[in-house]
Design a protein around this ligand. Structure first.
Ligand SMILES: [Zn+2]
Length: 312
């Protein structure tokens, strides 16, 4: 904004025209703070990054078009064209990069502090029309024989390109001549696909509503279905085991109660109570897979099973 001060038209009351202008009267340069290093041959300008680079200080990628306050100085001449070098600070770290002009190749060259992202390619590789170089155009102007040869070569290239262009046009014709039919085919394909998607979406919504979930569902996979089936099967077997164990626990508890009753009771009373004991199923019958030797260990393991059952 400093530059604007020089261009406004406010003349203070004590202005003396003999000094030779507003800037001279204020004792300032027309470019203000941008000219603060002018005595060193440096002018501060706004520089726009001409291509993508990587900063060598922080390793960050800096895109084409990012603008910096750069110190511009003249470093030499290429024939009659001055070479300029620009020095600027990375906006992400304390590193400085230096870029200079390269008029011979109509390009910019990184001197230090950064690395160029290589996005250049040969236009001849992807069959672009490349303008003639200076040497060729000069020779075309001077050498009639060369011009004739060049012309024949050009005609050959034009012929080959014509044929490829014709095939492209023919292909386009075949596909799009009856545009109504092509359109119909495309639309019907889209319509069926849309119906499928809508149906799937409806099912998904129903499932989410049923479970009270608010998540994105992914597509169903065959392996997932298999795994889910296996899991439910396993849970069922666990349940039947638990019901057997429950019965065992109740029997064991009942026996413990009997043992704790006072010894003063008559033998007949005890016999009566023994008669009330439900038949204890044999451990080996109930649990064929797990063979447990002592009843004490059985009772402890049973208790833990019982507590887990109340949770579920
Ligand atoms: Zn950096």
């Amino acid at each position: 904004m400093g530059e604007r001060k020089g261009t406004n038209l406010y003349y203070p009351p004590d202005y003396d025209p003999r000094v030779g202008g507003l800037n001279k009267f204020h004792g300032t340069h027309a470019l203000r703070e941008r000219a603060r290093k002018l005595h060193m041959g440096i002018l501060i300008i706004r520089f726009e990054m001409p291509y993508n680079i990587w900063c060598e200080g922080c390793g960050n990628h800096i895109g084409m078009g990012v603008r910096y306050n750069a110190e511009k100085k003249k470093i030499g001449m290429y024939y009659s064209t001055p070479l300029y070098q620009f020095r600027m600070k990375c906006h992400l770290c304390d590193n400085h990069f230096e870029i200079k002009t390269d008029p011979a190749n109509l390009d910019y060259v990184i001197v230090s502090g950064a690395r160029r992202q290589e996005n250049r390619w040969d236009p001849k590789e992807n069959e672009q029309v490349v303008p003639e170089t200076k040497e060729v155009s000069c020779r075309l102007y001077d050498d009639a024989m060369y011009k004739l040869e060049h012309g024949i070569e050009d005609k050959k290239i034009a012929k080959s390109r014509n044929s490829s262009l014709e095939t492209a046009i023919a292909l386009n014709e075949a596909t799009w001549k009856d545009d109504y039919a092509s359109n119909c085919v495309l639309r019907s394909a889209f319509r069926t696909r849309k119906k499928e998607l809508e149906k799937k979406q409806g099912l998904d919504q129903m499932l989410l509503k049923k479970n009270g979930l608010n998540i994105d569902l992914v597509n169903e996979h065959e392996d997932d279905i298999k795994l889910a089936k296996l899991l439910t099967h396993k849970r069922d077997t666990k349940k039947t085991k638990q019901s057997h164990l429950k019965r065992l626990v109740s029997v064991v508890r009942f026996r413990d109660k009997l043992k704790n009753t006072p010894s003063a009771t008559s033998v007949s009373g005890i016999k009566k109570q023994i008669g009330q004991i439900p038949k204890l199923p044999r451990v080996s019958d109930q649990e064929p897979s797990t063979s447990k030797p002592a009843t004490s260990t059985l009772s402890t393991s049973l208790v833990t099973y019982d507590s887990s059952d109340t949770d579920s």
